[in-house]
Design a protein around this ligand. Sequence first.
Ligand SMILES: Cc1ncc(COP(=O)(O)O)c(C=O)c1O
Length: 406
Amino acid sequence: MNKQIFEDASVGHHANRKNIATAKYPAALQQNFSLSATAEAMREISTWQGYQQTPLAKLTDPAAEYGLGAIYYKDESSRFGLGSFKALGGAYAVLCLLRQKIRTQTSARVSVRDLEAGKFSEIAARVTVVTATDGNHGRSVAWGARRFGCQCRIYIHAGVSECRAAAMGELGAVVMRIAGNYDESVRQAARDAADNDWHVVSDTSYPGYTDLPAAVMAGYSVMMDEILGGNMPQNMPQLPGNAGLTHVFVQGGVGGLAASVAAYLWEKLGDARPRFIVVEPVLADCLFQSAVNNRATEVHITRETIMAGLSCGEVSQLAWEVLSIATDDFLTISDELVAPVMGMLADDNIEAGESAVAGLAGCLAVCANPQLKAMLDLNERSRVLVLGTEGATDREIYDAIIKRET
Ligand SMILES: Cc1ncc(COP(=O)(O)O)c(C=O)c1O
């Protein structure tokens, strides 16, 4: 890998440590993020057909090259055959919504098996779920809708690739492309849902809309439970105890993923939790700007980043409640760091998509900068976790990048 690019990279850094609450996990956050919600999601999702713990790879070469003790990479490329960690969130929220609908109408508590056997098919078929997406979340919602028997409409923005749109269509969703950017597609989906009595199943939350995004984030936290929890008999924790983790680098779009990870670590490990770092593309840095301004801040996206899943200009309200007090450092990185990291992982036989590598790219860029490395307390004793959140979710884009890198 061309180390020079990392040495030359301009990395935006905002230290948020003065805002950090070191005490026990706050009771106020329990309603939306809790280990018991994780355990419930894990109990459910681990029974789904095709469930398998995703691998946790140890990246020995970059750890040695950049002077770190260990780098662990959670590889989500195989999750439920959908190619990203988002498979855990949207589909789980669709299930929570349907259960609640059926319960209201029949008082019955339904299982996935009931739904898959078509037991409440008339009620389910009258429900339409809607979401805006840049690909991965929509795929999860469409997959859940087909699996549990409801209708699905997906809103995509002008920059979403044809390949990602087709993947959702193949799952039976009606896919609507709008002219604007991601945030406009979110607003259009909300408007159309209100006009048609459809149900928004969004991965971002806003005032008055929190329950389903909280379910989405509980689904994501299953990843952390596979690493540290070992709640299910078939899952040994991949890192027993906390295996001395000192740093976690997580990429941010609207912040839902990062918030679910930060909340999990805080409640589980308390003061012993690792340093938590959020990484965003400089072209879509709404979490970074929110940290700078100390309040949720919208940014206007003028150019799409190659990290399509992270191209968001507005933070999720619930996510910001956690991240504003649980994130030690916010970073921004430029798009040029993405391809080299994808290529490096491909050499290690790991298929990592553009949005998967942001956390790792941020970590390596910090390590290549002696001042930042010292500031973030990274050294040969550091044990770093990064989340490889997607595989080749657009095969054409992936192949073109890897071809250039080899
Ligand atoms: C592959 C991938 N990684 C990370 C993220 C970021 O998740 P969030 O928007 O919850 O911050 C996304 C969002 O779509 C994604 O698709």
